[in-house]
Design a protein around this ligand. Structure first.
Ligand SMILES: Nc1ncnc2c1ncn2[C@@H]1O[C@H](COP(=O)(O)OP(=O)(O)O)[C@@H](O)[C@H]1O
Ligand SMILES: [Mg+2]
Length: 367
């Protein structure tokens, strides 16, 4: 039995309104760190507000340890939530802020003290317990919000873009802290973000959401290397996946993906799966690091076409090369052609058979 289950969960904000969350199904195990990732407006906040009880559900069920929590009040659900705008009380010290939810629960004074110290230690703010929020930085205030959320020992710890108000450097270090706290507290966590690098670095599993539906549930490696849909392939990875509109054609007993300006021999292992698409158009996707290039006229395996490099963006460890195929921009990530100059003519190829193909109607990966 999974620890938290969302079953056909639905949300409309008005009777005739659009389905903001559309039959969402998800099972989360105890102790997992789950990240909801998706663009702004896809329904992430709505979903975790339904779990916390701040928002009513329009259909489906939410179960914790096998029991529906829909009839429970927010405070009886065993769920703690922290928000983007870390609402700490300005008129209370850090100690009082963290102690507040325990006071509401009428926990005895001695125990409050013990638990506040333990939570403060976990969030690394024991030195700040006597301060007021006005005397602290944004990062410190966010730690207070985290300590206040974990002090109640929630069954589920919900975090709604908790780092997005911090500057870039602090965001990255707080990320590591949060993961540390999670590992120490062994809490079950759902973390919401629209930032894919945050999602990749924190999650045990990522739930990729788009327009109220789940596109894919998988480990960071799975959603990256084995993207289930065109949306996932385009949303995850920087620079994003390059897409080409291609027609699958049979020629010389081979399957070819024929685009505007190129003819790519489909890799062996996909030939069966792509057979039903002969004479049909599909979307072909290749991640920037899987487009290789040669400057010696080599038209070997995976050959795509000739192209002229327009721009070079050095990144230190690698360079991003920008070119066009049939007028469409294509980005290439390279570590072995970092010295290449704009206007160089090169041959592009797909490395190691790493082209992905997507059904135009369902947008699902063909494999
Ligand atoms: N209280 C509300 N009333 C009506 N529509 C809402 C309300 N809250 C959110 N929405 C709409 O629901 C959709 C999803 O919003 P939200 O869950 O906040 O997305 P996300 O957190 O992924 O950015 C958006 O189109 C938003 O405008
Ligand atoms: Mg949101």
């Amino acid at each position: 039995m999974s620890y938290l289950v969302l079953k056909d969960l639905e949300k409309r904000y008005s009777k005739a309104g659009a389905l903001i969350v559309n039959k969402m199904n998800l099972s989360i195990e105890k102790g997992e760190f789950i990240v909801f990732l998706g663009p702004s407006g896809c329904g992430k906040t709505t979903t975790i507000r339904m779990i916390s009880g701040l928002e009513e559900v329009s259909g489906g069920d939410i179960l914790i340890e096998g029991e529906s929590i829909l009839n429970k009040k927010p405070r009886d659900r065993g769920v703690s939530m922290i928000f983007q705008s870390y609402a700490v009380w300005p008129h209370m010290t850090v100690f009082e802020n963290i102690a507040y939810p325990l006071k509401l629960q009428k926990v005895p004074k001695d125990e409050i003290k013990k638990r506040v110290y333990a939570a403060a230690e976990a969030a690394d703010i024991t030195a700040l317990l006597d301060r007021y929020p006005a005397q602290m930085s944004g990062g410190q205030r966010q730690r207070v919000a985290v300590a206040r959320a974990i002090v109640v020992k929630p069954k589920i710890f919900l975090m709604d873009e908790p780092l997005s108000n911090l500057d870039a450097k602090l965001r990255v270090s707080m990320r590591t802290e949060l993961k540390n706290i999670h590992n120490n507290e062994k809490s079950t966590s759902i973390f919401v973000t629209h930032d894919q690098s945050e999602a990749m670095s924190l999650a045990d599993r990522i739930v990729v959401m788009n327009k109220g539906i789940i596109e894919q549930i998988g480990t960071p490696m799975e959603v990256y290397h084995d993207s289930a849909t065109k949306f996932v392939a385009s949303f995850i990875g920087t620079p994003p996946t390059n897409f080409f509109d291609v027609k699958i054609e049979l020629g010389d007993g081979q399957l070819n993906a024929v685009g505007d300006g190129f003819r790519y021999k489909v890799q062996e292992e996909l030939r069966e799966a792509l057979r039903p698409y002969i004479n049909k158009n599909v979307d072909m996707g290749v991640r920037p690091e899987f487009i290789g290039l040669s400057v010696d006229g080599n038209k070997g395996p995976g050959f795509l076409c000739e192209a002229t490099i327009d721009f070079v963006e050095p990144q230190g460890t690698h360079s991003i090369l920008i070119t066009r195929v049939a007028g469409e921009e294509v980005k290439i990530m390279t570590t072995n052609h970092m010295e290449i100059k704009p206007n160089t003519v090169v041959n592009l190829h797909v490395k190691d058979g790493k082209a992905m193909f997507f059904d135009k109607e369902t947008t699902k990966r063909i494999k």
